[in-house]
Design a protein around this ligand. Structure first.
Ligand code: PRP
Length: 212
């Protein structure tokens, strides 16, 4: 196994905030701040290697050991149930998974509910816990359009500011679960690189405590 600590960061603003936490934990890598299209950065001094990946792919890199640790949204962890350890709630990237519908939608409980979503497992688990039959329509994005065009009755999706719902005349019907970014670890890396990983986890936990 490589002695470098491989860290998968979610590309984008959230990932930059996460990198700052790692930097404060003593794992800085100044080249990452250079604004270019490079995706992999390493600092031999700290034996750390960062790479930017699509946020929804972080858990795949970590599960398969291409990354030792990474940061993934709780939505992805609930939906795909990757075999990883969830080490810490970073308290950032907060949003919620919710059911939404057009404001004038009237639910007839005797009918199968048509649910459009990117999060089929989360939706299936939620409705099965209520004993409700649903028909899942799996989409890959722009979920809000589905009820407008009559493709579905409701959607199960992420709501952050609520702007997308509002601008499409939809409203939250039920909240399913709060979501935030989590520090995750590959299971064998957590054994073999325990000292480094725990140092990062503990330092970030202390940073979060300080902010409270
Ligand atoms: C996400 C989510 C909602 C939107 C919620 O979409 O699926 O559409 O953000 O944010 P808001 O409450 O702040 O408006 P994303 O931008 O990931 O695009 P998508 O259409 O590909 O899902």
């Amino acid at each position: 196994m490589s002695k470098f600590l491989n860290v998968a960061l979610p590309k984008g603003r959230l990932g930059e905030r996460v990198y700052d936490m790692f930097e404060k934990a003593g794992f800085d890598c100044p080249s990452i701040k250079e604004n270019n299209r490079k995706l992999i950065f390493e600092n031999k001094e700290h034996m750390v290697r960062y790479f930017w990946v699509k946020p929804s792919d972080v858990a795949i890199y970590v599960e398969r050991g291409a990354a030792d640790i990474g940061v993934a949204g709780k939505d992805i962890l609930l939906e795909y149930e990757p075999e990883v350890y969830e080490l810490l709630d970073l308290g950032i990237g907060r949003c919620k998974m919710a059911v939404a519908s057009l404001s004038d939608f009237c639910d007839d409980k005797r009918r199968t509910l048509r649910v459009a979503t990117k999060f089929s497992k989360i939706a299936a688990d939620f409705y099965s816990s209520k004993g409700r039959d649903i028909d899942i329509i799996h989409l890959n994005g722009s979920i809000e359009i589905a009820p407008i065009l009559g493709l579905s009755d409701v959607i199960v999706d992420i709501v952050e500011t609520g702007t997308t719902l509002r601008e499409n005349h939809l409203e939250v019907v039920e909240e399913i679960v709060p979501i935030s970014a989590r520090l995750i670890s590959n299971k064998s890396s957590f054994q073999f690189k325990k000292a480094q990983i725990e140092r990062i986890r503990d330092s970030i936990r202390a940073q979060l405590e300080e902010q409270k």
